[in-house]
Ligand binder design. Sequence first.
Ligand SMILES: CC(C)(COP(=O)(O)OP(=O)(O)OC[C@H]1O[C@@H](n2cnc3c(N)ncnc32)[C@H](O)[C@@H]1OP(=O)(O)O)[C@@H](O)C(=O)NCCC(=O)NCCS
Length: 218
Amino acid sequence: MSSPPRLHLVGHPTDEQIEAATAVCVRAFQDETAVRAMSGGDAALAHLLFASMLRTAREGGTLHLVTRDGEVLAVGLWFGPGRKMFATEEQRRLGFDVFMARLSPAMQGWWKNEYGKDVALMKSDILGTDGDLNSWYAQVIATDPIHQGKGYGGMLIQEARRLAREDSSSLALATTNRDSASWYEHQGFTTLGVRRIQGSPVDPQLHFDCIFMRFDDP
Ligand SMILES: CC(C)(COP(=O)(O)OP(=O)(O)OC[C@H]1O[C@@H](n2cnc3c(N)ncnc32)[C@H](O)[C@@H]1OP(=O)(O)O)[C@@H](O)C(=O)NCCC(=O)NCCS
């Protein structure tokens, strides 16, 4: 008989854990336009991007894994108050620099001069100056598609709520998917604002919305 799923806080994930959690993220975000835009439509680069994000758990990120018998079922990556993903050289050295170097010059320009700047402006506009820095900010929430609908995503949110209550802060995030925004609302989040990203070197017609959400526990 298999054991019940468990949620772990993984301060220093092993390479095997990063690999398994990355595979979950790649499967969960397989059809996501935003991931296509960010990775230039290259599946190998999408893999590198998720791995580089998850490795920041070794440099200030907070990684939660829901596992059962060693299998990773769901992944949550958060940054607590005062912390931010890829804000330090040490974090970027864990894979983001390699990811960027592998992008075409046009994609590198888009990340630096368009996407990166647009998202920073949207964040401060909607969440307020340093709104992400004052919250527990989610960078990745994903459940393996074959295990969705079993409560594992909810476990990730419950644990983040507990952390936010401990330091009297809130949860915040941006999602690029209407279905997941509706799921977050079901979890108790409120939608604060929506902004559109239009075009990327991979496809000038491509667009996706960034839906900014917050959860303040009463
Ligand atoms: C969003 C996601 C993380 C949810 O994870 P999950 O493990 O399937 O979620 P849970 O099983 O904990 O949620 C089940 C609950 O949500 C409800 N629910 C499911 N989909 C819903 C939706 N689209 N809108 C509203 N409620 C929804 C279910 O009815 C159930 O409710 P209950 O607990 O009251 O019975 C998962 O679907 C996913 O990985 N999606 C792709 C990646 C993604 O978009 N991530 C979020 C953006 S960063």
